[in-house]
Design a protein around this ligand. Structure first.
Ligand SMILES: Nc1ncnc2c1ncn2[C@@H]1O[C@H](COP(=O)(O)OP(=O)(O)OP(=O)(O)O)[C@@H](O)[C@H]1O
Ligand SMILES: [Mg+2]
Length: 261
């Protein structure tokens, strides 16, 4: 059994990419076979994993999408980079922007990525999709391909309004395109428990959504070491194994494993 988790929030800079990278590394070190899909033309995940010139890669997720759109065969393993034990990456680059435009007129344009992911499921236990900060066609494709959505929320601004829009989109996709879609959980990131503000937001979100929408009991603390991981191209367990962010991501990994497939 495989599980496909889309990591999405249309708000930028909330910790989507950092969470994909570190949850992915946590699952891989727990012995799970993991594929990370970079579905953002900014290519932050690709860059963070150390592939510093994404535009020079031989193939990327853009090639996969354009082959599906044009109904062409996809050669085995096209674009896949083996990053480390148990962990592969389907990288991205700026070509994805052009491909996104070309999807607008494609047949079943919301289901293009799903066609690929359904085949990739056979090879992996977990597929994590790093979405871009928008609710456009690429993110809808990710939601249509996924079993669940993990929603990182930065506990430093009033997130409720943005979350309503995201949750509405998730339910629309569930109704029209992908009935198995569920919410894996809201994940608070960059939490500074010393500030009353963070606590208030967490309470507010718990009140508004906690009963119907799961909230991870793990919170990711604000951590300078975590913010440095993309620069040094290391996951948090290698970069700062004893730090609070590493133990939080490890607890998150356990929660996700406990949810099962
Ligand atoms: N726990 C943390 N503590 C401090 N800084 C963090 C933490 N997690 C991530 N950051 C930093 O915050 C910034 C945004 O994180 P990240 O790139 O993961 O967010 P994102 O939601 O993927 O952004 P985008 O919407 O642009 O794709 C980055 O500079 C990252 O290094
Ligand atoms: Mg990102």
């Amino acid at each position: 059994m495989s599980k496909v988790i889309a990591v999405a929030n249309q708000k930028g800079g909330v910790g989507k990419t950092t969470s994909v990278m570190n949850l992915g590394a946590g699952l891989a070190s727990a012995g799970k076979k993991v594929l990370l899909v970079d579905l953002d033309p900014q290519a932050s995940l690709t860059l963070s994993l150390g592939y510093r010139e994404p535009d020079k890669l031989e193939a990327s997720v853009a090639d996969i999408i354009s082959r599906v759109v044009n109904d062409e065969d996809i050669p085995e393993g096209l674009g896949i980079i083996h990053v480390s034990d148990n962990m592969d990456l389907l990288p991205s680059n700026i070509q994805l922007s052009a491909v996104e435009v070309s999807m607008v007129n494609a047949m079943s344009r919301e289901l293009v990525l799903r066609y690929y992911i359904e085949q990739a499921r056979e090879k992996y236990d977990f597929i994590l999709i790093d979405c871009m900060p928008s609710l456009g066609i690429l993110t809808v494709n990710a939601l249509a391909s996924a079993d669940s959505v993990l929603v990182p929320v930065q506990a430093a601004y009033l997130p409720v309004k943005g979350l309503q829009q995201l949750i509405k989109t998730i339910y629309t996709v569930k109704r029209r395109l992908n009935s198995r879609l569920s919410i894996e959980g809201i994940l608070f990131t960059m939490v500074d428990r010393r500030t009353l503000y963070a606590k208030e937001i967490i309470e507010e979100v718990n009140e508004a959504y906690g009963k119907s929408i799961p909230v991870f009991s793990t919170e990711i603390p604000i951590s300078v070491r975590a913010s440095e991981t993309s620069m040094v191209a290391k996951n948090i367990y290698d970069y700062d194994p004893k730090g609070k962010a590493a133990s939080a991501y490890s607890a998150l990994t356990q929660e996700v494993l406990k949810h099962g497939c």
